[in-house]
Design a protein around this ligand. Structure first.
Ligand SMILES: NC(=O)c1ccc[n+]([C@@H]2O[C@H](COP(=O)([O-])OP(=O)(O)OC[C@H]3O[C@@H](n4cnc5c(N)ncnc54)[C@H](OP(=O)(O)O)[C@@H]3O)[C@@H](O)[C@H]2O)c1
Length: 307
């Protein structure tokens, strides 16, 4: 991962397909960096503020692609990219397509193959930051695919954010980072919602719980690099807390939540993972060991053994 200051100015013409909230943020960053910008959106009328700042509003996809050397797609998903670009406009000479929409790693690889089949130089990307961060040093955007294509667009996409960069030749690798982080985000958001619901069921007001909840969120900042080190080394010291202790705590949690009629699906899954490790003799290990037993197959085997 690299960190740099974005908003270097370049004069490379950029075309942007997609003017949802993120497309608008990208367009603003490209304009701020001085790039001549052409924009296109399926539904017309979404480019008003951008055209006032000098962006050319293309009447169609072909015109949009013609207007840029770097063609950035920021659409809902990969199916939308195919809906917009398949069949593709003819002339991609000197152009690179950069797809910054979300999706699955296999879809990124498939789109890269499709682009290759049409002679289109393709780079896949993943935006890891929310719209207000785009164009600031803290915004994180990752890219993967053909290394030479990244070198071609590197200075232009530096306008979007200062964290991240090229993560490898596999076109699915940028989006793979995104889905893994979405996993963390989605389960954390679900955990926060569940915690408020459980607290309310026990007569604790949201405002009473909030200061303590904020403290728990902060723990992840310390845990992520420490777990990474332990997973890389394959050693899981249990001096801070152990899997066995976590399994017991999860039993209390599942019992309390279930008694209030709350959905305990995610918690039951966490408890199964801890229980399997205890059964396998890893109860004295630290919590990072939990990252080694998350496969559905293992869960099914565990359930069969329990049943
Ligand atoms: N917003 C964020 O904070 C954020 C953060 C990280 C990543 N992202 C990713 O960035 C991408 C864009 O997100 P967004 O926030 O701008 O909103 P979005 O609602 O995910 O995407 C809106 C854009 O997709 C277009 N679109 C959807 N289906 C289409 C189709 N079948 N054919 C053509 N165009 C289609 C929309 O066109 P119309 O206007 O015509 O409907 C619009 O331009 C998504 O993949 C999202 O996951 C967003």
């Amino acid at each position: 991962m690299t960190t740099s200051t974005p908003a270097t100015t370049t004069s490379t013409p950029v075309s942007l397909l997609g003017l949802g909230p993120m497309g608008h943020a990208l367009a603003t960053a490209f304009l701020d960096a001085g790039n001549p910008l052409t924009v296109w959106n399926r539904t017309p009328g979404r480019a008003d503020g951008l055209s006032r700042r000098g962006a050319v509003v293309a009447g169609g996809v072909e015109e949009a692609v013609r207007g840029g050397r770097v063609i950035v797609a920021c659409l809902r998903d990969y199916a939308a990219v195919r809906a917009v670009l398949d069949p593709p406009p003819d002339d991609w000479t000197g152009r690179v397509l950069v797809n910054l929409g979300s999706g699955e790693p296999t879809q990124a690889r498939e789109l890269a193959r499709w682009a290759d089949g049409h002679g289109i130089r393709y780079l896949d990307g993943a935006i890891l930051s929310p719209t207000p961060a785009i164009g600031t040093p803290s915004a994180a955007v990752l890219y993967s695919g053909e290394a030479a294509a990244y070198e071609t667009v590197r200075e232009v996409v530096a306008a979007l954010g200062g964290v991240g960069g090229y993560v490898g030749a596999d076109p699915g690798r940028a989006v793979a980072h995104e889905v893994a982080l979405l996993d963390l985000f989605a389960t954390s958001v679900n955990g926060l919602a569940h915690a408020f619901a459980l607290a309310r069921a026990e007569g604790i007001a949201p405002g009473e719980l909030a200061p303590y909840a904020a403290g728990i969120g902060g723990l992840l900042t310390e845990m992520a690099p420490r777990w990474a080190e332990q997973l890389a080394a394959g050693r899981f010291p249990g001096e801070r807390s152990t899997v066995a202790s976590a399994a017991t705590a999860l039993t209390h949690l599942v019992g309390t939540a279930a008694a209030h009629g709350l959905d305990v699906g995610a918690l039951a899954s966490a408890r199964r993972a801890a229980d399997r490790l205890v059964a396998a003799g890893h109860g004295d290990d630290g919590l990072a060991r939990l990252a080694t037993v998350q496969h559905a197959e293992q869960a099914e085997q565990g359930e069969r053994a329990e049943g």
